[in-house]
Design a protein around this ligand. Structure first.
Ligand SMILES: Cc1cc2nc3c(=O)[nH]c(=O)nc-3n(C[C@H](O)[C@H](O)[C@H](O)COP(=O)(O)OP(=O)(O)OC[C@H]3O[C@@H](n4cnc5c(N)ncnc54)[C@H](O)[C@@H]3O)c2cc1C
Length: 278
């Protein structure tokens, strides 16, 4: 953020969208990413934290999470009910306490990096992302939203206003496991899983890997191994051994080698499936 000239504080979404129509403006939420950026393309920052998009409420068949809710806000009774507390427990383990009070859900999924964790969890929960511009409101599935980088999915003057989690998922089994050098450091592998279990048979299985590339990825080969089956320790061992085998090459990064991360991936898949069961 090397050239900030103006900060604007809209109180309504319409007002914010009007301000974002200007080519030199961009939204700012927690500011933890923008404040580190060196780009000078934007000079006007539209602070969206005063908009009425920070609540967590029930809405028809969904739990709606406002885009400016912080990681800390996810410690909420409605969120704790989702898939064994998958989302609230994941959010409570990422970053340190001051950052968890600052970083927003919307900022984490739009300002996406290889270490971003919430995209992994939202994809596992089969959520929806609501986007609003002056022209339209559109709702994308997480499969659509996380398929490509945000710049290829959203227009510059579009805001993420809420994330919708289907209430049905509330009764699912789920777990999130991440690995980082220290608790507050960027995670180098993250796994989230959720599935329905009826009469011991698993269905609607999602196993998502993140932090390996910029966007989270469903491990569909592993999902198929579990779909329609009973989750036994034997099957967990089998699935975790296959983890990462069908992924394109996992690259080395500044913290760990690709080979090391692949091994960690296997361990985390095992822990996440065991965690979901317990
Ligand atoms: C030391 C450190 C460690 C971190 N570790 C992790 C980690 O392990 N895992 C993890 O997940 N995150 C981690 N983060 C947070 C992550 O890197 C980003 O900084 C954070 O997610 C950005 O959120 P924000 O609310 O501060 O967004 P901002 O900095 O305000 O914005 C980020 C981008 O998103 C856009 N934007 C924000 N909100 C919206 C919206 N509602 N609609 C449209 N566009 C929007 C902005 O225009 C900007 O381009 C870490 C951050 C730090 C500083």
């Amino acid at each position: 953020m090397t050239n900030p000239q103006k900060f604007l504080y809209p109180k309504t979404i319409d007002e914010a969208l009007e301000m974002l129509a200007s080519p030199d403006s961009c939204p700012i939420a927690g500011g933890s990413d923008l404040s580190l950026q060196k780009s000078t393309s934007f000079t006007t920052f539209v602070d969206i934290t005063r908009l009425p998009i920070n609540g967590i409420i029930e809405k028809d068949e969904f739990i709606s999470i406002g885009a400016t809710s912080t990681f800390n806000d996810l410690d909420h009774p409605l969120v704790k009910n989702i898939a064994n507390g998958l989302l609230s427990s994941a959010a409570s383990k990422i970053m340190d306490t001051p950052l968890r009070h600052q970083v927003t859900v919307g900022g984490n999924i739009v300002g996406r990096y290889w270490w971003s964790s919430l995209p992994v969890v939202f994809l596992a929960l089969d959520g929806k992302i609501v986007l609003q511009s002056k022209e339209e409101t559109r709702t994308l599935t997480t499969d659509e939203f996380f398929e490509k980088r945000p710049v290829h999915i959203m227009s510059k003057n579009e805001l993420v206003t809420e994330i919708l989690i289907p209430k049905e998922v509330t009764n699912y089994y789920g777990d999130c496991q991440r690995f980082s050098v220290t608790e507050a450091a960027h995670s180098i592998v993250c796994i989230a899983t959720s599935f329905k279990k009826e009469s011991n048979v698993c269905s609607n299985v999602r196993i998502v890997a993140g932090n390996l590339i910029r966007s989270p990825k469903r491990l569909t080969d592993l999902e198929e191994m579990l779909e329609g089956k009973e989750l036994t320790q034997e099957l967990i061992d089998e699935i975790s051994q296959e983890a990462g085998e069908k992924l394109e090459k996992i690259r080395n990064n500044e913290i760990a080698s690709g080979e090391y991360r692949k091994e960690i991936l296997k361990v985390l898949v095992k822990r996440a499936l065991e965690g979901a069961l317990n």
